[in-house]
Ligand binder design. Structure first.
Ligand SMILES: C[S@@+](CC[C@H](N)C(=O)[O-])C[C@H]1O[C@@H](n2cnc3c(N)ncnc32)[C@H](O)[C@@H]1O
Length: 408
């Protein structure tokens, strides 16, 4: 039987042993050869003194970006980093596109050091995504001040045959059976076949692969913070059950969204064979052993001065506004900026989106700089930055008081 035929059988659900030791698409000697101590090595191309210049896709080139504090530019982060002075950034606070999850507006393929041309986040394998993340982190190492901090918000992804969605509501429409798109005919499909050791349904552990890679680049990994997404407990309220009071059956959503507003708040996963994921991570990376981290600065945001924060941060995700489907809540960059930078310090967001980090930096008296590859998001970020001074001050969330004894 040819491999093509096997894949066809797997696609139509006729292959019984998918993902097991008996799976003919994953020979067991390959699975047995995998040792737990194996972590992906830093690819050779990342060790080059100078990386190959970014490859351009055909068509009109992007204008070369210009670094200027207190601005947000429309550009690819790989083009922006070399324009920034060495050691100028006090804190990087960002949320990159997660692996294989979303299709962003104005999605643009990027030329990477390994010769691939792919939008960031849409790589075929987690390893390729991790290598691209490390290319960006390597550039960040140069522009970060010796005492600087990096706050990298990231979620894990499953190695599963799936479709990257434009928004959460797009996903719920699909599971409610109102979307006609099929996997095979979808331009944003992702396949789980052919990986050396990840099987269909395996968690890819991308945040941890990035953390290990960052250590190899020279960063210190000082903390893995868990952002517990408060709304997740109420997820099931967002969909109406069927006549029997069931919402999910065989992993398929049977109900319908209560209304379009709630569908935009937070959408649950439709799984029944594992717990529903309700958290993301924030990796705290530093360039040096000693660095600028002061929990006392949170005092201005309502926390007690005498105690440090803990590693689990609980607050809800944002309600979807504007055109961005993955904006993080103000509270997230606010904490990171206060903990990791002083007034007047430069806060950099390489994936500015609607400008949440930059807005909070401006509000908190920091200088800011950001870039985003999407002209739509950059327009929205600039408009949001103009509104900052007229925005009312938000009270600190109660969860600011999740504190514990000072720790090293
Ligand atoms: C998760 S979103 C960031 C959301 C942002 N934190 C906010 O609150 O609005 C990721 C962003 O990365 C941008 N992006 C993707 N590839 C990029 C690249 N190569 N350079 C710069 N920005 C990129 C996308 O356009 C998207 O806006």
């Amino acid at each position: 039987m040819t491999e093509q035929r096997l894949r066809q059988l797997a696609r139509t659900g006729q292959l019984r042993w998918r993902g097991s030791m008996k799976d003919p698409l994953f020979p067991s000697d390959q699975l047995l050869a995998l040792r737990p101590e194996q972590v992906p090595p830093i690819p050779d191309w990342l060790k080059l003194e100078t990386l190959p210049p970014p490859r351009r896709r055909r068509g009109r080139p992007l204008n070369p970006p210009v670094y200027l504090a207190d601005t947000v530019v429309r550009a690819n982060v790989l083009d922006v980093l070399p324009t920034m002075p060495e050691s100028c950034v006090s804190a990087v606070v960002c949320s990159p596109p997660y692996w294989g999850q979303r299709v962003y507006q104005d999605e643009t393929p990027v030329g990477w050091g390994d010769g691939t041309l792919v939008p960031f986040g849409r790589e075929e394998t987690p390893e390729s995504y991790v290598a691209h993340t490390l290319q960006i982190l390597r550039g960040i190492l140069r522009v970060l001040r010796p005492e600087g901090t990096v706050w990298w918000n990231i979620a894990d992804s499953y190695m599963t045959r799936t479709i990257a969605r434009k928004s959460s509501s797009d996903r719920i429409e699909h599971y409610a059976g109102r979307s006609r798109s099929t996997w095979a005919g979808n331009p944003y499909k992702r396949s789980s076949y052919g990986h050396s050791h990840l099987k269909d349904k395996d968690l890819s552990l991308v945040p941890f692969l990035i953390a290990v890679g960052a250590q190899k680049l020279g960063f210190w990994v000082r903390s893995v913070i868990v952002w517990s997404k408060q709304m997740a407990a109420n997820d099931f309220d967002l969909v109406q059950p069927d006549g029997n009071g069931r919402t999910f059956e065989d992993g398929v959503l049977k109900g319908t969204p209560v209304n379009s507003v709630s569908a935009h708040v937070h959408v649950p996963e439709t799984v029944t064979d594992r717990p529903i994921t309700a958290h993301e991570y924030i990796l705290l990376l530093t360039r040096s052993e000693r660095y600028d981290y002061k929990f006392e600065r949170l005092q201005s945001a309502g926390s007690s001065a005498a105690v440090n924060v803990r590693t689990v941060w609980t607050f809800p995700p944002t309600v979807w506004r504007g055109s961005h489907s993955a904006r993080f809540p103000d509270e997230l960059p606010r904490r990171c900026i206060l903990l990791g930078s002083d007034e007047g310090g430069l806060v950099f967001d390489p994936f500015a989106g609607e400008g949440t980090t930059l807005r909070m930096a401006k509000k908190l008296g920091r200088r800011y700089f950001g870039c985003d590859i999407s002209p739509t998001y950059v327009r929205e970020a600039r408009a949001a930055l103009k509104r900052v001074l007229s925005e009312p001050e938000q009270p600190a969330l109660p969860s600011m008081l999740e504190v514990g004894p000072a720790a090293r």
